[in-house]
Structure formats: structure tokens, C-alpha cells
Design a protein around this ligand. Structure first.
Ligand SMILES: NC(=O)c1ccc[n+]([C@@H]2O[C@H](COP(=O)([O-])OP(=O)(O)OC[C@H]3O[C@@H](n4cnc5c(N)ncnc54)[C@H](O)[C@@H]3O)[C@@H](O)[C@H]2O)c1
Length: 466
């Protein structure tokens, strides 16, 4: 259709200043269509087994140390390299490893020092936990240097970067996955199993969200490196954090394996809170003056995605409203029933009589609980009661790598889910016109098998070390 005109309109907006003020290193690109022929199907890919997974981590703010603490308690893991731009972060984090056998090489002090980590010969896996607009370039570089990659969410910020991840993974035959921990939420796993067993009949629609107030976090002068989240809210539009809610729904709808995203539309409100907050703070604190005249992404972002098989997904993102509880909508609507979490408690309905009783809910939850949830319980107990989704995702990643099993997510998930970031931005900037989502599998979605192994058909014996 009018893709050339669309390209020019977006490019025009970029030249009018949308791209200005982006965090350093970020390349704003309009959603371009790129001819790509699949070189190798990474869906179901099995890498050669490795007894020990030798890991390097780039980015040691909050998420990096959290993965480090989990990973160093898994059998068959060696932490071989740690990197952060800021030396004090590396020095702080290395203390987690005191008294253990992990002796990582440390990298810090330069914005390109992470390249040295990627070039370190003895690494198998690079975990990328820097601000998300850096993820794709770091992931691509790591794959080019022979490493598997697990990137925090989202994995990319432009369509071009999404393609780059796909092309590089296919060419280098390296795993590239996103660490979407919400795919390991108990209700998400339960509803995935229910969907696979046909409980919902045909799944028609999914509602999902990441709605949680981050005003305190985003305006904190110390929490995030260089105020990067606040800068993103001032430089991007659309849903800049879609994957927590959408990933599990995409798995339930078999996106990239039986169905795929076709097109989306996105709309957002104005910003009624962020600029006001910046201006108020700037009155008494000069630090906030540069933020006071910026315009910010609208407070409520809503994106509707339609799949080629005619299903719909509504993805919301609101990081500003003064909502106390963290609200992660996860609602699945099908021809024979529906399930919904948030507002709590989780509920199921299968007729016109209303929500099922707690007793009936508990009975169904027991009947449909997949093996992976039971395993999560065991692992969490071994880990001293901590863990949940984060522990499960790290354990699955390590256990699958050690045993040469396919991973629960793949590069096509990372690309398709992350592409909602730039595509929703494009739609917002174009009066909510629709935009096609590229087929990152290049037709392989028709025959790809589901990959989230909730019944642990491919599962080893990797232990949690206490
Ligand atoms: N899955 C989840 O539940 C979850 C939760 C929080 C954050 N995240 C994601 O994790 C990522 C990191 O978030 P965070 O909260 O830890 O941010 P953060 O700001 O606390 O940490 C980012 C770190 O990256 C470092 N860094 C910046 N530039 C660098 C460079 N060139 N080389 C090396 N290090 C560099 C910074 O010094 C900082 O320590 C983000 O992409 C975010 O979206 C995911």
C-alpha cells in the first residue's frame, strides 16, 4: 500500500525534531520494510550441549545484579565476566561473588568497554542488562563474537534492529532470546496450559498491560543510570514497554508458530503528569531544569494488534497514574470461557452465571497446572523461598543450554514482541493509522512448533546450589 508515503511522513517527523534528545547512542529509524530471506530457522534450534555455561553480564544497575545473584546459584554456571560503564557498580556487584569459585574478569570505565567482554574467548552466553535502547547493538555484537545472548526487555527499539537480531542469529546460529520473566508468571503459565488443552475453545482476544506507577522511579536522581527512563519518555512515543503483558498472550495465541501479528494501531493520551512534575521539581532543583521544557509520551498508551488468523490483542502501558497496586492485566477471552487476572484475585468464567466460585477455580487450577509450575515450587524452596519467575527463567535458560534443548523463547519472539515499540510509535505519530508488523519468520510461522515447554518434555537435572 502506501508504505513509501508512510516512510516519508515518519522520516519527516523525525527530521522535525522527534529524534532530537534521544539518549546518546540511540538511532531513531522509521519502521522500514527490509527484504529478508530466512537463512536458517532458529525456531526449535538446539545448540551443542555444554556442561558448564560460562556467562558474562553487561550492565550492573539493578537488573544485572539480580540475574547475577540467581545465576551464581545454579549448577553448571561460571560467571566469567562482568561489565558496567561505571567502575563503582562493578566493584559493588563483585561482592555478591565473595566466597564463591566465580572469578570474573571485570570491565568498566568506558562506554565501549562492553565490546571487550563480547570478545572474551571463554564465554558461552552474554546477558545484556543495560538500558534497552542499547540492547540490540550489544546483542548483535555478542553473537558476531560467537556468544549466545539473553537480553533484557525489550530487545530492540527499531524495526531495523529487530531484523538485525533475526539476521545475525540465523547467520551465526546463536541463540538470541529475550528474558521475558512475565512469561513465567503462575497465572500466565496456567492459562497457557488451559489454552493448549482447549479450555477456552478458540482464543479470540487477549488483554494485557504493564500499568504501574513509575513516577517516583523515573524522577529519582539516583535509581536509573543517567535518568535514561525519563529521557526515553521525553523522546519516544507509543508503547515503550510492551513485552511483559504481551509476551504471555502472544504465547497463548501461538504467535510465530501457527499465527502471527498482522498489523496494529496505537493511540495515546496527552501527558498530563510528567512535564508538570518536571516543572515543579525544577522550581527548587536546577537538576530538573533540562527536563522542564520537554514534552513527554502520553500517560496512557493503548495498542491494538490483529493477527492473521483474526485474533486481537489490546496492550496498555501506563507508568504515571497514581495507582497503588502494580496492575498487569492478563485476560484471555475465548469461545468457551475466559480467564482474567487483575483486578485480583484471578478469575475464570465459562458461562453466563458469572465468575466461578473459589472452590471451582481451585479445582480447575489444580487440573490445569503444568509441570513447570510444580518445578518452580521445588526450585523456589531450594532457593530459600525466593525466586518465582526470575529463578525459573534463569534455570530454564541454563538447563536447556547445558542439555542442548531448544529454549522457551527465540529470536522471532524477541523481534516480533519488541517491534511493537517502534510500530506503536509510528501509529501514534500518524493519527493512529495502522501499520503492518513484519513477518520475522518469513513464512515459517505456518509450521513452527510451540516452544514454551511448560510440561518439561525437554528438561535436565540442573540443581539450585544452596
Ligand atoms: N524483566 C524485568 O522485570 C525488568 C525489570 C527491570 C528492568 N528491566 C530491563 O532491564 C534493563 C536494565 O534496567 P535497570 O533497571 O537495571 O537499569 P539501570 O539504569 O539500573 O542499569 C543500567 C546499567 O547499565 C550501565 N550502562 C550504561 N551504559 C553502559 C555501557 N555503554 N556499557 C556498560 N554498561 C552501561 C549503567 O551504568 C547502569 O548501571 C532495561 O532494559 C529494563 O527494561 C527488566
Amino acid at each position: 500500500m502506501n508504505s513509501r508515503r508512510n516512510f516519508i511522513r515518519t522520516a519527516g517527523l523525525a527530521s522535525l525534531g522527534l529524534a532530537a534528545g534521544l539518549p546518546e547512542g540511540y538511532a531513531s529509524l522509521p519502521p522500514g520494510r527490509k527484504p529478508h530471506k530466512q537463512q536458517f530457522n532458529m525456531s526449535g534450534f538446539r545448540a551443542p550441549k555444554m556442561n558448564t555455561v560460562k556467562i558474562g553480564i553487561i550492565g550492573l544497575g539493578q537488573r544485572g545484579p539480580s540475574h547475577l545473584s540467581t545465576m551464581c546459584h545454579l549448577e553448571g554456571v561460571e560467571i566469567r565476566a562482568l561489565c558496567d560503564l561505571r567502575p563503582e557498580k562493578v566493584n559493588q556487584v563483585v561482592r555478591i561473588l565473595e566466597g564463591t569459585n566465580h572469578k570474573p574478569t571485570l570491565y568498566s570505565g568506558d562506554k565501549d568497554i562492553w565490546m571487550k567482554l563480547c570478545g572474551q574467548e571463554d564465554l558461552d552466553l552474554v546477558i545484556v542488562t543495560t538500558p534497552w535502547y542499547m540492547h540490540a547493538s550489544m546483542s548483535v555484537y555478542a553473537m558476531e563474537h560467537g556468544k549466545h545472548v539473553a537480553s533484557e526487555v525489550p530487545a530492540a527499539g527499531t524495526v531495523e534492529e529487530c531484523w538485525k537480531l533475526v539476521e545475525t542469529a540465523e547467520r551465526t546460529k546463536k541463540h538470541m532470546i529475550m528474558l521475558e520473566n512475565y512469561a513465567y508468571g503462575v497465572f500466565q503459565l496456567l492459562t497457557l496450559n488451559m489454552a493448549r488443552q482447549g479450555f477456552f475453545g478458540e482464543v479470540v482476544h487477549g488483554d494485557c498491560a504493564y500499568n504501574t506507577s513509575k513516577m517516583g522511579n523515573n524522577f529519582s536522581k539516583t535509581l536509573y543510570w543517567d535518568m535514561w527512563w525519563l529521557r526515553l519518555y521525553a523522546s519516544r512515543r507509543g508503547n515503550i514497554y510492551p513485552t511483559h503483558g504481551m509476551g504471555p498472550v502472544a504465547q497463548i495465541m501461538n504467535i510465530n508458530r501457527g499465527d502471527r501479528f498482522d498489523y496494529l494501531v496505537s493511540m495515546e493520551s496527552n501527558d498530563f503528569m510528567m512535564q508538570a512534575q518536571a516543572r515543579e521539581l525544577a522550581q527548587t532543583d536546577d537538576f530538573f531544569k533540562p527536563f522542564a521544557d520537554k514534552t513527554y509520551r502520553g500517560n496512557m498508551s493503548s495498542t491494538l494488534i490483529r493477527t492473521v488468523r483474526g485474533k486481537t490483542i489490546l496492550v496498555q502501558h501506563d507508568a504515571t497514574s497514581p495507582r497503588g497496586p502494580h496492575t498487569m492485566i492478563h485476560a484471555i477471552t475465548g469461545t468457551k470461557g475466559l480467564a482474567q487476572e487483575y483486578p485480583l484475585p484471578p478469575r475464570i468464567s465459562r458461562d453466563l452465571k458469572g465468575w466461578l466460585s473459589q472452590e471451582e477455580y481451585d479445582r480447575l487450577a489444580k487440573e490445569y497446572t503444568p509441570k513447570i509450575i510444580d518445578r518452580m515450587g521445588e526450585l523456589t524452596r531450594q532457593f530459600g523461598g525466593h525466586g518465582g519467575g526470575d529463578l525459573l527463567e534463569c534455570w530454564r535458560l541454563v538447563d536447556c543450554l547445558r542439555n542442548g534443548f531448544p529454549l522457551d523463547q527465540d529470536v522471532y519472539d524477541a523481534a516480533a514482541w519488541s517491534s511493537v515499540v517502534p510500530l506503536s510509535e509510528w501509529s501514534v505519530l500518524n493519527r493512529s493509522n495502522s501499520i503492518e508488523v513484519p513477518d520475522f519468520t518469513q513464512g515459517a510461522w505456518k509450521t513452527n512448533e510451540p516452544n514454551m515447554d511448560i510440561n518439561l518434555t525437554n528438561c535436565g537435572e540442573t540443581r539450585v546450589l544452596t
